[in-house]
Design a protein around this ligand. Structure first.
Ligand SMILES: Nc1ncnc2c1ncn2[C@@H]1O[C@H](COP(=O)(O)OP(=O)(O)OP(=O)(O)O)[C@@H](O)[C@H]1O
Length: 339
């Protein structure tokens, strides 16, 4: 439905979008997530034909947004970060103007405008000048404009920014409702919003796509997901032999504990299996008492931070760290025995 191929956008020397590739399938809500300045708005502005790309291609239902803009844009309704509203028009006048621009047939305009005003709950302010509307209502007018004509794809840049909690809930409910018939792409830096609303998350950092998956799957896949932390009494050698014998363990780090003769261990599992009982019995067999054990699950917030902080993008890092940590522990043990 939307294919973004090798998309690049440079502002002067600044690379705002760095070779993006992704596909958006029909009938789902996609969350475009990233820190400030990551390139979300730039990407959305390119997909919707607002600005040009430096390199790459965007196909909307097979139509190139740059070469066949009319055909491509027909399928898209867009609410930019700052809705392009005309302050001296009333809400209804603005929607009539938008209907003309969208070339909605005259005999359908009135009905469609009434429907979107009802959907976005702006009926009560339809005759008020936009400049006299609150931010929340202006946002709704922008949204009404985006869904006018029922385009297949609705793209919303930060749709709930500046709204009060009640309005946020209403707009989210509306987005859910829209997703029954439309494909929705929304950008946000509110993680709970993306978690709650989206079927699929695209995480962008420094113009690059760093993850593309369901919110649940992202949590499971990340290092640290389904993590168990323990404090165990025993030598590093014995602890390692126990940990190496458990297949479900993907990765672990051992550090010196505050408790004398003990080690702190952080374990990442390969899957969502609960291995706490197995750990208990295997350490017990080796006569290594577990002094503390706790399991944690990763949130989308952790995934976001991990993926968007430059230092940790490389998945190799945990393994390298593990080696460093192990060497450190061994050195410390050596020092202890020398004393
Ligand atoms: N017209 C422009 N001229 C020069 N640089 C720009 C322009 N528009 C955006 N940028 C820069 O490109 C980068 C990406 O900006 P963009 O607005 O796409 O990010 P964003 O992810 O939408 O951020 P935010 O969440 O803050 O809106 C930023 O570093 C920004 O300063």
């Amino acid at each position: 439905m939307i294919e973004v191929k090798n998309l690049v956008k440079k502002y002067g020397n600044h690379l705002a979008v760095d070779h993006l590739d992704f596909t958006v399938e029909k009938g789902q809500i996609y969350g475009f997530l990233g820190p400030n300045g990551a390139g979300k708005s730039t990407t959305m502005n390119i997909i919707t034909g607002y600005i040009s790309a430096t390199e790459g291609q965007v196909l909307i239902n097979g139509h190139d947004i740059f070469e066949e803009p009319e055909n491509a844009k027909k399928a898209i309704g867009y609410l930019p970060e700052i809705p392009p509203l005309y302050m001296d028009m009333t809400s209804k006048e603005y929607l009539q103007f938008a209907a003309e621009l969208k070339k909605i047939p005259k005999d359908q305009r009135k009905r469609m405008i009434n429907e979107v005003m009802e959907l976005t709950k702006i009926d009560s302010v339809k005759d008020r000048l936009i400049k006299n509307l609150s931010k929340g209502y202006r946002q709704r007018v922008g949204l009404a404009q985006a869904i006018l004509g029922y385009p297949e794809i609705i793209i919303l840049d930060e749709p709930t920014v500046g709204l009060d909690p009640k309005q946020i809930i209403e707009i989210r409910d509306l987005i859910k409702e829209l997703s029954k018939k439309h494909t929705v792409i929304l950008s946000s830096h509110i993680l709970s919003e993306v978690s709650a609303l989206c079927d699929h998350v695209l995480i962008i950092s420094n113009g690059k796509l760093v993850a593309s998956d369901t919110p649940e799957h992202l949590g499971e896949l990340m290092a640290g997901s389904n993590t168990v932390v323990l404090t165990v009494k025993g030598s590093t050698e014995k602890i390692k032999s126990v940990l190496n014998s458990i297949n479900e363990i993907r990765d672990y780090q051992i550090t010196k504990s505050m408790e004398s003769g003990s080690k702190d261990i952080k374990i990442q599992m390969k899957s969502q299996t609960d291995i706490r009982e197995k750990l208990f019995f295997t350490f017990a067999e080796q006569r290594c008492p577990i002094l503390m054990m706790d399991s944690t699950k990763i949130s989308l917030e952790d995934v976001f931070l991990e993926l968007t902080s430059k230092e940790q993008i490389n998945e190799e890092i945990p393994e390298n760290l593990q080696e460093e940590v192990e060497v450190k522990v061994e050195e410390e043990e050596q020092n202890e025995s020398n004393l």
